[in-house]
Write a new protein. Structure first.
Length: 207
């Protein structure tokens, strides 16, 4: 049944909210109606915050994490172990791993994973910049912390092959994270143990 709206402005707002991931049209309508109950100043502040985010957010020139400056606070932290780099799919995984308080190294955000079905290949990801970081000689271990899906494993193997000629240890998070699980939805205790109990990547072929 096609929903009829009493206002074209209302319908337009619902259409925009419904474009957000996980937001259906009913939820979008509730959000729009809630916005109408807020003061004009509150709605303006909300909208301006989103505009400021989109226009002014930066990506770390080292790890590609979201930040406010050229280099993110994690890469700038002298207390972090620069010799260990954890490779993740996106910013959400950085936040998830940071919440475990079990990892004190740096990160490298790929910006996705290899997925031929979605037209995403290695050239679309921040893999070459990872290779460049390894070639600098500072990095001694690369931890592959991608989701345990077919696409994640494919990306792991591609990176392993790209780095296999370098003098760096390549490890993968322990399979405390179930096959097919997304990293961002894994509980903090399981994720933390998976980081601590990581194994050499080539050993993962035998599991």
């Amino acid at each position: 049944m096609i929903q009829k709206y009493p206002s074209a402005l209302l319908e337009s707002a619902v259409n925009e909210f419904a474009k957000l991931p996980g937001i259906g049209r009913k939820t979008a309508l509730r959000l729009v109606l809630h916005s109408l109950k807020r003061s004009p100043e509150e709605v303006t502040n909300f909208g301006q915050t989103i505009i400021n985010l989109r226009n002014n957010v930066k990506y770390c020139s080292v790890c590609h994490n979201i930040c406010d400056d050229e280099i993110c606070c994690i890469c700038n932290d002298p207390g972090r172990d620069a010799s260990t780099v954890c490779v993740v799919e996106n910013i959400k995984e950085v936040m998830a791993i940071e919440n475990t308080a079990q990892f004190k190294g740096l990160y490298h955000v790929l910006g996705g994973i290899i997925s031929p079905m979605e037209g995403i290949g290695p050239a679309d990801l921040e893999i070459e910049s990872l290779v460049g970081r390894v070639k600098s000689g500072i990095v001694k271990e690369v931890i592959l912390a991608l989701s345990t899906t077919m696409e994640g494993d494919t990306t792991n193997f591609y990176i392993y092959r790209k780095l296999s000629g370098s003098d760096v240890r390549i490890s993968v998070i322990a399979r405390g994270v179930s096959i097919g699980d997304e990293i961002e939805y894994t509980d903090e205790i399981t994720l933390g143990r998976s980081i601590v109990n990581r194994t050499a990547f080539n050993d993962s072929f035998r599991t």
